[in-house]
Design a protein around this ligand. Structure first.
Ligand code: IPD
Ligand code: CA
Ligand code: CA
Length: 272
């Protein structure tokens, strides 16, 4: 049952709370990076730190203070609050935990806000570079307030691509290594940054031309997919069908190299 009392909130109000929460959580992450943090293992290569938990709590507190009726889906805590709201905040408090744990400065806070399961606001904040990526549905994408667009690279030979690997890479043959080796021979360059939220944001502002991954979670994508779409990018599943953040795979690009990326993926799928 949905609550009739959940008032419509203008996007700029949602945005200002999301930005404040992301900046506060980012500052907290930087405090932990300087003063130290505890690491726990979810599996041998999947880490979580007390900084992840503290940043998540900070964001949830901020949402509760402004929008106590809104739903929340947060990585470390799952569904943190009621689910009958038409609004849902989808949070990755620290995207790039392995990088963070190694003091490799490539991680971000990611927040996406849905209304009736449609992305309304996306925020990805990199506290190490003070880079704030933002988008509202229909309102374009921005980096630190300035509009951004995808690149105009139109062939794979000239494209810088990025991907990532899931934490079950040792346990499943569906581990993305097949796609990785094919793209390595087709693209101008191929990177693995360790933060899907930044990968999407970097495609949005043209640092990368394309990104794919096969086992992501909603919180990895909720902020960055809206930012990329609003920057003129294209996102599908591995077969070229419409994408939803509630499915694990995605191909994201500047649009111009999208069908070439899908062809490379199709070739490796065909080998299975
Ligand atoms: C991970 C990062 C990484 C991606 C993994 C994600 P986490 O998120 O986004 O780039 O390859 O699939 O799980 O655990 O650092 O929040
Ligand atoms: Ca993540
Ligand atoms: Ca995370």
């Amino acid at each position: 049952m949905r609550m009739e009392s959940d008032p419509i909130v203008p996007s700029d109000q949602l945005m200002s709370v999301a930005v404040a929460a992301a900046r506060k959580a980012g500052a907290l992450l930087q405090d932990y990076a300087e003063t130290g943090f505890r690491i726990e293992h979810k599996n041998p290569i999947n880490l979580v730190t007390d900084a992840d938990h503290a940043a998540e709590q900070c964001i949830i507190d901020c949402i509760h203070a402004h929008f106590p009726s809104h739903g929340i889906l947060a990585e470390e805590r799952g569904s943190a609050t009621r689910t009958d709201s038409r609004y849902r905040w989808i949070i990755d408090p620290l995207d790039g935990t392995t990088n963070f744990a190694h003091h490799f400065p490539m991680y971000a806070v990611s927040i996406g806000i849905e209304y009736d399961e449609q992305g309304q606001v996306g925020v990805v904040f990199d506290p190490t570079r003070d880079e704030l990526f933002t988008a509202t549905a229909g309102g374009g994408a921005r980096l630190n307030g300035r509009p951004v667009w995808v690149s105009d690279t139109h062939v794979l030979d000239r494209a810088l691509l990025v991907t990532g690997f899931a934490y079950n890479i040792r346990e499943t043959p569906r581990n993305n290594l097949d796609h990785f080796s094919r793209f390595a021979l087709r693209a101008q360059g191929l990177r693995r940054t360790g933060s899907a939220a930044l990968d999407l944001s970097y495609v949005a502002m043209g640092r990368f031309d394309g990104f794919w991954e096969i086992q992501l979670s909603p919180w990895d994508m909720a902020g960055g997919t809206l930012i990329l779409r609003e920057a003129g990018g294209m996102i599908t599943d591995l077969h070229g069908n419409p994408h939803s953040i509630h499915q694990p795979e995605l191909v994201a690009s500047n649009g111009l190299i999208h069908s070439a990326m899908l062809r490379v993926i199709k070739d490796s799928l065909f080998q299975d």
